[in-house]
Design a protein around this ligand. Structure first.
Ligand code: ZN
Length: 258
């Protein structure tokens, strides 16, 4: 069974064998995923291109419910996500990577729950939106794969597709956010509603509006491309080595029926 998925903003890196594309019908629409068998293993990994296989769907129109429902339908229990983000925190620079620990939601017009009332009133705990255990494993394994995580970050999700104003960024900074992006929410929320372990790594591609620092764009883009490939390798390694049937966390107990 397919138990692990990688969600990314861009294409799939060719790391394994027996790659197949699989369309999945969901109550929210059609999704296409790529399923790959890990090298030297019988484990399968699902790759999901968040913006669609043609990278044509803008962040505010991504069908987050269909994407997560499709993964759940395939039997996925562990999700590794990457998101392009801008940095609000001078400590975290473009080209670097951060691991998300929490989020602040400033999205506006997105369907953000599977629980619209048909199942009764269900509230989902956001005490640990990003799986503590996966975060621990990623932080532990990254250096062994030559990957430097600059640190932990609070993610602020905005609606997009416009960028933020300088005043908004100043406000987010005061609210303790470190990085800003348009694609992380409600993805993490929906994962939690389905009881999945979900971890997110931010790939910093730019400074947020109004935060002026000198930087070389070509160097940043080079680092971003390298990070994407390195992270995919890291996630595949983790999926290959951890026991996906064993959970040392409470992600699958986050939903509470009232
Ligand atoms: Zn978990």
């Amino acid at each position: 069974m397919t138990k692990a998925a990688i969600i990314g903003g861009t294409g799939i890196y060719d790391l394994g064998s027996q790659i197949r594309n699989q369309p999945i019908s969901t109550p929210f629409g059609q999704v296409e995923v790529t399923v790959m068998t890990v090298k030297d293993s019988s484990k399968e990994i699902v790759f999901l291109a968040r913006h669609g296989t043609e990278h044509s769907t803008p962040p505010h129109q991504v069908n987050y419910r269909a994407n997560l429902w499709a993964l759940h339908h395939l039997g996925v229990t562990h999700v590794f996500a990457t998101n392009a983000v801008g940095s609000l925190n001078p400590k975290y620079k473009p080209g670097e990577l951060v691991i998300f620990t929490d989020f602040i939601d400033f999205t506006k017009n997105r369907p953000s729950t599977f629980y619209d009332g048909a199942e009764g009133v269900i509230h989902t705990s956001m005490a640990d939106p990003y799986c503590k255990e996966l975060r621990r494993i990623i932080a532990e394994q990254a250096p062994r794969h030559g990957i430097t995580l600059a640190g932990e970050a609070v993610y602020v999700g905005t609606e997009g597709p416009r960028f933020e104003t300088a005043a908004e960024i100043r406000m987010y900074r005061q609210l303790s956010a470190d990085v800003v992006g348009m694609t992380g929410i409600p993805e993490v929320v929906l994962a939690k509603e389905l009881g999945l372990c979900y971890a997110g790594v931010g790939i910093i591609t730019n400074w947020a509006t109004g935060i002026a620092h000198d930087h070389r764009l070509d160097e940043i883009m080079e680092a971003v491309d390298r990070n994407k490939a390195d992270l995919t390798n890291l996630f595949c390694h983790i999926i290959n080595t951890i026991d996906l049937d064993q959970n040392n966390c409470h992600c699958n107990q986050a939903c509470m029926k009232m």
